[in-house]
Design a protein around this ligand. Sequence first.
Ligand SMILES: Nc1ncnc2c1ncn2[C@@H]1O[C@H](COP(=O)(O)OP(=O)(O)OP(=O)(O)O)[C@@H](O)[C@H]1O
Ligand SMILES: [Mg+2]
Length: 232
Amino acid sequence: MALIEIRGLRRVYTQGEFTIQALAGVDLDLDKGEFAALMGPSGSGKSTLLNIIGGLDEPDGGAVRIEGRDLATMSASARADLRRNRLGFVFQAYNLIPVLTAIENAEFVLVLQGVPADERRARATKALADVGLAGLENRLPNQLSGGQQQRVAIARAIAPQPALVLADEPTANLDSKTSHELIELMRTLNREHGVTFLFATHDPHLLDAVDRVVRLVDGSIAEDRTRAGAGA
Ligand SMILES: Nc1ncnc2c1ncn2[C@@H]1O[C@H](COP(=O)(O)OP(=O)(O)OP(=O)(O)O)[C@@H](O)[C@H]1O
Ligand SMILES: [Mg+2]
């Protein structure tokens, strides 16, 4: 069973008299352990697809199954549970909570999951260490560089040990050296900890590092290319 199965996915936006087919019938399977990217022109539907997989937006047609469970047949609360327990999110603008320290941000999802305080602290500490931020646990986001903030966002995404991390343009705000380090970090999390990643990106360095590139054009898959030994 694929980790994610997407069938005939459609999303239509209406703006006044215009309708926009953001997704025009997408079929896609993603297996556990993949390190894959969606690419394609601006407006081709990458973020829409990630948001629907993540349960942040709803399709107008078609199906998304995550670990065999069809999102459409689940209650809103079951979808929220699935999102909290099985998915991690990393966005372009780190989305850290400015009044919380790095470790509090990293713990955030664990709080929502009801993980007891001691275990929460231990797991967030380890996640911060895994992303190379040991020693910076008590910094506020505005006391961290952009790359460090994005590492906190990755720590927050992986601390709950999700089945899948969805990352929308995770390197877009970073200089090329920091972006390179972050890509290496995510590749290591993928290889050594088995974290599955699905990116939306324009970043050629990230596209070079992934094993699979799915190219969207006008809401449809134009190309789906898997490469052996990528990113080595
Ligand atoms: N909330 C919305 N209301 C109306 N139209 C929207 C909305 N969100 C997205 N769209 C439209 O849907 C299409 C797909 O947008 P989407 O954000 O998925 O593109 P993208 O591939 O992520 O682009 P980018 O590379 O610029 O991030 C675009 O035409 C966009 O204008
Ligand atoms: Mg986008």
